[in-house]
Structures are given as structure tokens and as C-alpha cells.
Write a protein that binds this ligand. Structure first.
Ligand SMILES: Cc1cc2nc3c(=O)[nH]c(=O)nc-3n(C[C@H](O)[C@H](O)[C@H](O)COP(=O)(O)OP(=O)(O)OC[C@H]3O[C@@H](n4cnc5c(N)ncnc54)[C@H](O)[C@@H]3O)c2cc1C
Length: 471
């Protein structure tokens, strides 16, 4: 419950209609895209400018009130669940594109804009902003930056961090900082821009971003390779990279995912295949033709059962939609969907998929796997029912073992979804206790009173590692 003086001051800053503390608003902002997590905030605020954000932060700092910045709440790590109460700051009103600089090929925008709206505007000007998380129609640029989101084009074009070159952000004490700029080079001190990318709302509220744009590719070709043998699909991924071809997209779906997506999107996907690879190359037309021919040869030599090259852009879009709808399609199966993003070196994809399948069998849970194979970033997705505590416990044990397997294979506990609440107990497995201490030091430097998204990234206790025996 907020002090009446705080509520009055917050209302004065944003106007009465942009501060809410009615029950419905609090409940609506008590959860996000992550299943089985909920905690009520004490208020919800909707600023429209950096100045307002700064004034809000000054009031909250004075009263030591926690603040959780929120884009669309589509994250999958419990990142916007206000576990310590306080204020949820929704960024949606800060949704303006401030400038597209055609000479420097940069765009500057407020961070509450929906990513797909931003990219559509950029594309209408004949330019290209490659990061394309599957959630781009609902998520915001700020959420993408704070999670360092990836997408289907990550393999060739990189992820959000590769495009953020300047930021404006408000610190816990209300001070405004600016990092980077319209600069391709800048080594003036520590790289605060990169530090804020992926900081999950724990270091500052990011209010504006300057993003690098690139020329759009001249042509694209999309193909589907279908395999009866999972290993064949996985080996194809490694061999494409080994052949020094970097496709724009190299995505994987296993059999359970293929079936569910086909039921959902009615695309006529091959339900009898163990795995499919969705491959897209873009660039100069001759180079695209050459790469697609080489990729086709590799697929055939790895026993692809069938290959299909999209003849039209509509056909290609249909294939990409199939992959983008994997999560939504799986979510229809059972009441609760838990999607993870264990990531391994791409040469270990086959081992990881087999381990996931072994682990799912061991715990008798249903896990389908799809993901950005070219990035080694897999999304093992469990479908379960939160009301069945016993089954949920088995799912949790299975995921714990999946994280451990990823680390064993030289990988990480999260490739793009962030640590948030869900993976905080496992962070030390990846970065060690010394790494945690360095990160805590950075957190203290930015936010000495731990007001910004408290309870995230750092767990009260690290989960004990179990030793996994592999036969
Ligand atoms: C169907 C579906 C598909 C998805 N596909 C992908 C995918 O392909 N790739 C991928 O990487 N992720 C994906 N995600 C996860 C999620 O959409 C991304 O993490 C996304 O970037 C979150 O954006 P958001 O605006 O919803 O942020 P939120 O969920 O609101 O917030 C995410 C985090 O960012 C912080 N934050 C938000 N705005 C700011 C700000 N302005 N300043 C500082 N911190 C801020 C929050 O505090 C929180 O910690 C998917 C999720 C769903 C539901």
C-alpha cells in the first residue's frame, strides 16, 4: 500500500488518468508471459516523457519504493513480476520514432514502441532493422533491449545488442544518462550501452534508443529440408556453417512441434518427419542462388528425405509463420506451457536434442523442441497443467537437468530470454560465484538501494547442482 503523499505526487507528475491503483489494474500487471508467477504491485504508472520518468524515479528513490519497468510483459523469465511490490512503470505511451537519419543510417525512438511498428516504418523508408523476435508484434523495443532479444535472423545479422549504438536512460536516483550515439566507433570509457542491453530493468529505465540500420537484402530464398533422422538435421546445421555459409535463418523443429504447428496453422507440414530445418538466405541474387544450391547439396548428403524451395514470397512467409507460431501452437495443447531457451555451441545441437529427449523420458513429461539451430539456441517446451503439482515438479526437475546438460556441453542457461526470476537460481552455474559478485558490484554502482526490478537476476540461493549420469 502506497503512502497517500506518494500517490499524490505521482498523480501530479503524469496526470490522474495515467496512475492506477485500482484492483483490476494491479492484477493486470501482477504477471507476465511466464507461467505460474504472480505478485501484486502497489500502483501502475504510464509516463509519456523522459522528464516524467526522471521525476517519478526521484519520488520513488525518496521513499525507497521498488520500480519494475514494463513493455508488453511478454518476457518468459518472470522479468516483470513485481515480487517486492512497488510501482510498475508501463512504457507504452513513450512510443514515438524521434528521427530516422538517412545520412548516418540510424533511427532514434522512444522505447515503448511496438517492435513490429518500428520495423514497418523503417522498411517503408527502404531500410532494414534485422532483430525479429517472434513476439515482435506485441513486444516493445525497450523490452527487446532489456532482454537482448534474438530472432529468426540472428545467425547472420546478430541480435538486438548488435544494433543498439546509443541509449538515454534514467537512473534509480532520477538522473538521466546518455550513452554512445550515432557513432560506429566509441571507446570513451566502459561501454555502458552494451552493459544496459540485457540488463533486464535492473540498472536503469531505458527511455530512448539509437539503433543502427542496414540496407535491406536485394533478394531472399527460403527452403524447407525434411528429415527422418534427427541427427541428419543436426549434422546439416554444423556442415552448413563448416562450409562457411551463414544463412539468414536456420531454424529447427522436432516431430512433436511439427505436428502441433500443422494442427494449428494447417500448412501441410510433413507430420511423419523426425525434424525439419527452415533455411533462408538473403543477399545478392547470384550469391543467394549459389548458397542455396550448396545448402541443398549438404541436405541431400545428410539424407534429407525431402526438400522444398518456396517459389513465391507468400509461400516463404507461410513457412516462416509456421516457425513463428510454434510457441502459440504448443500453448493450445495443455493449460500451462513452459518454454526454455538452453543454448549450446551449434556443433552440439544433436547431442542437446537427444539429451532433452532422454530427460523428458526419464521424468515422464512431454517436451517438444524447436529453435534457432544456427545459433545453438533451442526452445525445449513443456506442456503441462499448473494444477497438477506432482507433474509440474517433474517438469521443473527435467528443466533443471536440461540446464545442467547445456552447461555440460559448453552452453548456457539462457540464450535470449534472460535470467529474471526463473533462472536466477541457476546463474552461478554459468558464471561462477566470482562472476556473481562482479555483477552485484555493477548493480550496486547503478542502484545502491536495490529499487530497480528487485529480486531479478540474483537469487537468494543458488540451486545445488546434481551430478547427471549419462549412459
Ligand atoms: C509468443 C512469444 C514469442 C517470443 N519470441 C521470442 C523470440 O523469438 N526471441 C526472444 O528473444 N524472445 C522472445 N520472446 C520473449 C519476449 O517477447 C522478449 O523477451 C521481449 O523482448 C520482451 O519485450 P516486452 O516489451 O514484452 O518486455 P517486458 O516483458 O515488458 O519486459 C522484459 C524485461 O525488460 C525490462 N524492460 C522493459 N522495458 C524496459 C525499459 N524501457 N527500460 C528498462 N527495462 C525495461 C523489464 O523490466 C523486464 O525485465 C517471446 C515471447 C512470447 C510470448
Amino acid at each position: 500500500m502506497l503512502d497517500a503523499a506518494v500517490t499524490r505526487r505521482l498523480r501530479q507528475i503524469v496526470g490522474d488518468q495515467h496512475f492506477k491503483d485500482d484492483r483490476q489494474s494491479l492484477v493486470a500487471h501482477s504477471y507476465d508471459g511466464t507461467p505460474m508467477l504472480q505478485s501484486l504491485p502497489d500502483g501502475v504508472i504510464y509516463p509519456e516523457s523522459t522528464k516524467q520518468v526522471s521525476e517519478i524515479m526521484k519520488v520513488l528513490a525518496e521513499y525507497r519504493i521498488p520500480i519494475v519497468s514494463r513493455g508488453s510483459g511478454s518476457n518468459l523469465c518472470g522479468g516483470t513480476v513485481p515480487v517486492e511490490g512497488g510501482i510498475v512503470m508501463v512504457m507504452h505511451r513513450m512510443n514515438r520514432i524521434l528521427e530516422v537519419d538517412m545520412e548516418n543510417l540510424t533511427a532514434t525512438a522512444q522505447t515503448g514502441i511496438i517492435t513490429a511498428e518500428f520495423t514497418a516504418h523503417i522498411e517503408s523508408l527502404g531500410l532494414f532493422y534485422p532483430p525479429d523476435p517472434s513476439s515482435m508484434k506485441i513486444s516493445t523495443l525497450g523490452g527487446n533491449i532489456a532482454e537482448c532479444s534474438g530472432g529468426l535472423r540472428g545467425l547472420k545479422y546478430g541480435t538486438t545488442k548488435d544494433y543498439v549504438i546509443g541509449l538515454e536512460a534514467v537512473l534509480a536516483n532520477g538522473e538521466i544518462i546518455r550513452t554512445g550515439g550515432k557513432l560506429m566507433k566509441d571507446v570513451a570509457g566502459y561501454d555502458l550501452t552494451k552493459l544496459l542491453v540485457g540488463s533486464e530493468g535492473t540498472l536503469a529505465i531505458i527511455t530512448e534508443a539509437t539503433l543502427k540500420l542496414v540496407p535491406p537484402p536485394k533478394s531472399k530464398k527460403t527452403m524447407l529440408a525434411m528429415y527422418k533422422d534427427l541427427y541428419g538435421a543436426a549434422r546439416t546445421v554444423s556442415r552448413i556453417i563448416e562450409a562457411k555459409i551463414i544463412p539468414a535463418t536456420l531454424e529447427f523443429m522436432d516431430n512433436p512441434t511439427i505436428r502441433v504447428v500443422d494442427d494449428f496453422a494447417k500448412l501441410g507440414l510433413p507430420r511423419d518427419m523426425e525434424a525439419i530445418l527452415l533455411i533462408e538466405q538473403d543477399g545478392d541474387p547470384e550469391a543467394v542462388e549459389r548458397d542455396i544450391d550448396l545448402i541443398r547439396e549438404i541436405c541431400v548428403s545428410e539424407q534429407a528425405d525431402r526438400l522444398e524451395v518456396a517459389e513465391t514470397r507468400e509461400q516463404a512467409e507461410k513457412l516462416l509463420t509456421a516457425r513463428r507460431s510454434a510457441f502459440t501452437a504448443l500453448a493450445r495443447l495443455r493449460p500451462t506451457t513452459i518454454l526454455e531457451d538452453a543454448t549450446v555451441p551449434r556443433s552440439r545441437i544433436a547431442d542437446m536434442v537427444l539429451r532433452i529427449n532422454d530427460i523428458a523420458r526419464k521424468y515422464n513429461v512431454s517436451i517438444a523442441t524447436f529453435g534457432h539451430a544456427g545459433d545453438g539456441n533451442l526452445h525445449p517446451t513443456a506442456t503441462t497443467d499448473a494444477r497438477d503439482q506432482e507433474e509440474v515438479h517433474r517438469v521443473e526437475q527435467a528443466f533443471e537437468e536440461i540446464f545442467e546438460a547445456a552447461i555440460d556441453l559448453g552452453g548456457t542457461i539462457t540464450g535470449e530470454h534472460g535470467v529474471g526470476l526463473v533462472k536466477a537460481p541457476f546463474l552461478e552455474w554459468k558464471i561462477g560465484s566470482a562472476g556473481i559478485e562482479v555483477m552485484k558490484g555493477i548493480k550496486r554502482a547503478f542502484d545502491p538501494d536495490n529499487l530497480l526490478n528487485p529480486g531479478k537476476i540474483f537469487a537468494k540461493e543458488t540451486r545445488k547442482r546434481v551430478v547427471i549420469q549419462h549412459g
